[in-house]
Design a protein around this ligand. Structure first.
Ligand SMILES: [Zn+2]
Length: 228
């Protein structure tokens, strides 16, 4: 009843071809699915001895602003078309987990950590996209979601800052508030899109200060990092 009233007031249009009926029509779903392929970028993290640790970041595609996939992610993020998260998570799952990650054999030893966003931003948007993605992926993979890391500083103006300011802004932005279970070997950070990688670096570094010896990786819908 409520749903049909909403449909009447705000009819849904396909985000790609604008056909009325749903947020993503069947044909566009198929086309988008065929445009995706698994990708792995390496995010370098500086260690205390000045050497580098590289963290693999798995995604469905290289971030391309003009692609339908990125347009869907962007619209989903800023307009409240929450229904799309099932589609996005399903693609991420079928592309990454079916081929790549051997984690499904031991889901009990891995956790997803959605990259936390500042409280004010969550309020304005109503939801954290990474958290919804992690929950969906958890249902599909039986890997649990861990919420023991929080964002304690508002960093909503992040996009408008230069590189150095960005880093300063992110320093101490995250805090570990719980102890990670000892049986967890692999920590998989979940983010919607990874652009500069600075947020992921900050959150992984915060976690590594507490737990340096676990296996770290990231997964996201689209990555702008350069393959290395
Ligand atoms: Zn369409």
């Amino acid at each position: 009843m409520w749903r049909s009233l909403l449909d009447l007031l705000f009819p849904s249009y396909c985000l790609v071809c604008k056909t009325e009926g749903s947020y993503l029509c069947e044909l566009c779903q198929l086309n988008v699915r065929h445009s995706l392929a698994s990708r792995c970028d390496l995010l370098p993290l500086e260690k205390q001895d000045n050497s580098y640790l590289t963290v693999p970041i798995y995604s469905c595609t290289l971030y391309d602003f003009d692609s339908d996939w990125v347009q869907i992610i962007k619209r989903y993020k800023y307009k409240f078309s929450r229904e799309l998260d099932a589609f996005l998570a399903a693609q991420l799952y079928s592309i990454l987990f079916s081929h790549h990650l051997a984690l499904l054999k031991e889901p009990a030893t891995a956790v997803f950590i959605p990259v936390p966003i500042a409280y004010l931003r969550k309020n304005w948007r109503g939801f954290n996209q990474s958290e919804l993605l992690a929950k969906r992926l958890s249902k599909l993979t039986h890997i649990g979601v861990w919420h023991g890391i929080k964002r304690c500083k508002g960093t909503s103006a992040q996009a408008y800052l230069g590189g150095k300011q960005r880093r300063t802004n992110l320093e101490n932005a995250f805090r570990v508030v719980e102890k990670l279970p000892t049986n967890v070997h692999t920590i998989i950070f979940v983010d919607d899109v990874v652009t500069t990688g600075s947020t992921l670096k900050a959150v992984i570094n915060t976690m590594r200060q507490k737990d340096p010896n676990r296996n770290y990786m990231g997964i996201c819908l689209a990555s702008r990092l350069v393959f290395s």
